[in-house]
Design a protein around this ligand. Structure first.
Ligand code: PGA
Length: 241
């Protein structure tokens, strides 16, 4: 692992999967080290504390999958960024397309969650992505840059954050974006966010295609769903980066 903030960031998003057994297998798989990027695992929130205890000694950071916009209060069932940080988490995914679709999270809410995360000292991983319809109508770049613009309007004031381009049609479909599509979108995003923010790619990344994707210009790392539930695959991707 590397403390270099510009090192490639490899993030596993377990979504609503996994348990202590998977943590055990992952910790055993990663025990040998052998990677130079930054590794982050985002398990379900109930596992965050235990994941931090087991993975921090291996140089692996943990993160949440969502946070509330408020710092505290009467929000039954929700988790603030501060509560995530108290488990040892250093990151939180916000604006994942599954949350945008299932809970109607709109750009301004994603912006507020991003700000809540940085206020709590977490590094937000802000997800943006086009749908198949956006792409078919030639509006993919416009939609995605609008999503990012909403977050930038929120006065991040130079605090560290991470952007993740995840085409909705590529998530869980087994059909990753092509290198050309990734290069085009990442160039457009770089023009919007400027120099320092890492831009990850996510959507059907596997040990087989990770090498080609991470070689695309402006790809600063990977956000991995399904393959992160296979510790051998996650470790292979990490060691290949
Ligand atoms: P996937 O998910 O790798 O299973 O496509 C990526 C994500 O949703 O972050």
């Amino acid at each position: 692992m590397s403390a270099n903030p510009s090192a490639r960031l490899i993030v596993g998003n377990w979504k609503m999967n996994g348990g202590l057994g998977l943590l055990d297998v992952l910790a055993a798989e990663l025990a040998g080290g052998g990677w130079t990027g930054r590794a982050v695992v985002c398990p379900p929130a109930t596992l965050l504390g235990e994941a931090h205890r087991r993975l921090a000694p291996l140089g692996v950071e943990v993160g949440g999958q969502d946070c509330h916009v408020a710092e505290r209060g009467a929000h039954t069932g929700d988790l603030s960024a501060a509560l995530l940080a108290a488990t040892g988490a250093r990151h939180v995914i916000v604006g994942h397309s599954e949350r945008r679709a299932a809970y109607g999270e709109a750009d301004l809410q994603v912006r507020d969650k991003t700000l809540a995360a940085v206020e709590a000292g977490l590094s937000p991983i802000v997800c943006v992505g086009d749908t198949a319809e956006d792409r078919a109508s030639g509006r993919a770049v416009e939609v995605v840059t609008r999503q990012v613009g909403a977050v930038l309007d929120g006065a991040l004031n130079g605090r560290p954050w991470v952007l993740a381009y995840e085409p909705v049609w590529a998530i869980g479909s087994g059909r990753a974006a092509t290198a050309d599509d990734i290069a085009e979108m990442h160039a457009a995003l770089r023009a919007v966010v400027g120099g320092a923010t890492p831009i990850l790619y996510g959507g059907s990344v596997t040990a087989d295609n990770a090498g080609e994707i991470r070689a695309c210009p402006e790809v600063g790392g990977l956000l991995i769903g399904g393959a992160s539930l296979r510790p051998d695959q996650f470790a292979a991707i990490l060691r290949g980066c």
